[in-house]
Ligand binder design. Sequence first.
Ligand code: ADP
Length: 593
Amino acid sequence: MASPAKGAFLQIGLVAALTVVLVLLAVLQYHWSLEISRAERTRIEASLNTSVNQFRQEFYRELTQVSTAFHSDPTAEPDDFWSSYAERYQAWTRTAARPDLVANVFVWQAGAPNSRMLQLRTEDGKFEPVDWPASLASLRGRVEDESRQPPGPGPGPGGAWTLEERIPALVRPIYNISGPRWRRGEPPPRRVVLGFAIVELNRTALDRLLAELAQRYFAGPDGFIYNVLVESGGPEGGVIYRSDPQLTAASMTPPDAHAALVPAAEGAPPRGGRGGRGGGNRGAFPPRTRGAFIVPSAAEEPWQLLARHKGGSLESVVAADRRRNLLLSFGVLLLLAVSMALIIVSTQRARRLARLQMEFVAGVSHELRTPVAVICSAADNLAEGFVGAKDQVKEYGALIRNEGRRLAGMIEQILRFAAGQSRAAHYELGPVAAEEAIGRVLASISALPEAEGFTVEREIEPGLPAVEADAAALTHCLENLILNALKYGGEQRWMRVRAGKANGGSRVRISVEDRGAGIDPADLPHIFEPFYRGKSAQAAQIHGTGLGLSLAREIAEGMGGRLDASSELGRGSTFTLELPAAAADAEPLRQTA
Ligand code: ADP
């Protein structure tokens, strides 16, 4: 078997090793969570950028589909233009997924002073002259200026549509290119501006398109993950679309991602506006500069798409996630540490209890054997007729009675302890006069030989209320304290029992004081534990089982009270029992126990 010192050393080593492992795990966990949150942030950013780009591509594709419906052949004869426009538009409306995106189709025919505005009649597909519509007023000056330009080099095959975002409309000049067919490498042919095609877009259908795209790219099964806002650029600003009616441009600052909804053409001069917001996604979606494509109007700031996580900025969302994960893992580690501590403490307790029980068995057998031996030898002497004188017989009778009582007392204590361990004790509470209970116990011990020559002082506060207690249990509890004062009272052979009101009269305090050797401070915290016996009590060979105080405290607490001890080594000890006072009008029960 390992020696106790070796065992303790092993235990300390084990605790230290486990603590080091736990601290190491906590540090590793902290670093891992840092790495994980960095990777998580990169992943979320990449997926957000993908969503932003897909949103823009899809929007661009929808507008491109509108613009291709009005694609014209620049080499066609001027007279063919308008009828081919009408035909193309009508064919497109039959097949398009979103024909409602187009509100009106206009053609402005150049050729001052006979320039005129024509509008497509959807019923018969014919263009009819109309006044400049008020909604297109902002375009008029620019369109007329452009058409007054002298014929110049053409734009090459195709040409860009301009998205006039404020109207909103798609606008494109209609050229007529004269001369032979243009070939790559040759100087571009000369162009003649015949007019402008103006496709006015339907604001409601556009809003619906933006809402669908926002839902598709920024929402999960439980609703939006990101707040999405499309705002018109420029100093006057204005919100075109918002995923939540409460959103404002200010509440999106700083956005987690932003980009022009329709990107500027490659080589276009950089604009102001949100370019100052940092990186963004500008340039991640370069428009094609050849063939049919759409560019934002040079006269306006382009629409901006902004996305910001619903839980605040991406930074704070990732940080909150990390905090939660760290809390969770530290919680698990803490739980592990607490369980380890509990296991160690309970193992220690179990070992101590086992040792105490061993000592108890040894002690109790010795304690039981002594009175039994005394009783047997006294009984032998009487039986064999060695004791004849009346006085001697009386003396032997008293000896047998006292030893028998001691034996019964010990057996009683052991049985009570065993009963208390197997089930919760049941107390029948009622008003009990503390003075009477004290008097009864003092009277019963006065007959004991140990009490001979003992000074017992009694101080009972006048008008003391009855206590709410089980009379038999209270007697047993007081008996333990008073017998201990007798046993451990030392040379002084003095004790004082006091009873008084406490806590404003709601409780009664009974104290038993002695002037004995006192209790060693190392023993004091343990004396209420079962089987615990003070070292000085064992050294002085004072009889006992180590169960008395444990039972007394159990009784006190079972009746809603408490039992405490204070002691000064060499000066004596005081045990204080505090119990609830019975209701003022309660009549104390007279006990005979
Ligand atoms: P026992 O008296 O049988 O040993 P108890 O549970 O009554 O068991 O007491 C536990 C220990 O507390 C005693 O062994 C003794 O060391 C100490 N003790 C109890 N009462 C007193 C007292 N009045 N004065 C000094 N020590 C005491």
